[in-house]
Write a protein that binds this ligand. Sequence first.
Ligand code: APR
Ligand code: PHB
Length: 389
Amino acid sequence: MRTQVAIIGAGPAGLLLGALLGKAGIGNVIVERSSAAHVLSRIRAGVLEQGTVDLLRSVGCATRLDAEGLIHEGIDLAFDDSLHRVDLKQHAGGRVVTVYGQTEVTRDLMDARSASGHSTIYEAADVTLHGIDASPYVAFRSDRVDVRLDCDFIAGCDGFHGVSRQSLPAAALRVFERVYPFGWLGLMADLPPVNDELIYARHSRGFALCSMRSPARSRYYVQVDASEHAEDWSDDQFWDELRRRLPEATAARVTTGPSIEKSVAALRSFVAEPMRFGQLFLCGDAAHIVPPTGAKGLNLAASDVHYLFDALREFYEEKSAAGLDAYSTRALARVWKAERFSWWMTSILHRFPDQGEFGERLQLSELDYLTHSEAAMSALAENYVGLPF
Ligand code: APR
Ligand code: PHB
């Protein structure tokens, strides 16, 4: 086979890039190792920056988002037994976020992809990358047939455990990483959320988050030790622990009941540099991971795709490689700002094993300052709604 851009991975990054390239008339083929059903079975977060929403709209994938997405103009911080609202709209120049599950984003992009007729190969086995420094091609097996896909460029959108980043020569890659000594135990339940905006709670027993997917489906998280397993927690134990970490008045309003999903996610900050090697360009989780505290994972994948699509369009339409040559620097500049924000949100809201009483006081004073300083609230708000591309 031959195409212009071979995309590895049909997660949100790969599908969004494919949609943008397809709309611009640039040939692309997506090669995904799992089935579409498996890709859609992953439970992920769901807070979209305006930039991500605009990109989805630009490829005609905002119809359901507009109908079912929840516009949030603020978030609540909970500490010292009370809620403190941060008005995002007021402090970020009118910009807001949209709560809409990543699974729904992926489903909308997949539906648009199959309607577009552009080629997507699911359940591709043994995907390998070749000639990434000059004339690239991707090899894989599909329905027991060996396939060679020649292309001009490869977009590595295959996530943290994918083959793309591993295809870079070790000497060419620099990795920056911080692994946190705790995880998030998440619970999904078809119950009305406790609040109409997200609550990020700091408590001496650990962090908690009250989120949602819709007015009828709630998503909650509590900080747990990294070694914990979801199956060791009954629903009742989860609800008890969650309510202990919320202000009393808020805890009393939590509607509890049976969970439909429970899972533990590890927390990690990770960046691989550069995000380009020869004809291979890394996007999304293939190049970076953020702890979920800042809700930046999906949005960073979208901003990488924004920069890469711009550069590829410039290459094919204006015969200029300037954007491609600047891709890694441009994408990493925004990646590191989101890494800083996500690390900062994690460090002020979680209980660290070695923080001690002095550390606790620092967290509380930072939250006190944050909720009483217009300047500090603006800094949080502009990062939370998304810094400009
Ligand atoms: N060959 C082909 N496809 C692969 C391979 C491989 N060797 N390895 C992984 N994949 C596929 C995965 O099956 C997955 O569908 O690549 C896709 C990567 O998708 P994601 O992990 O969702 O990554 P990305 O598209 O960058 O989205 C980032 O996902 O994890 C969240 O918080 C993160 O929200 C962020 C978003
Ligand atoms: C979620 O809804 O799953 C969610 C929301 C905000 C976060 C992380 C996760 O920061």
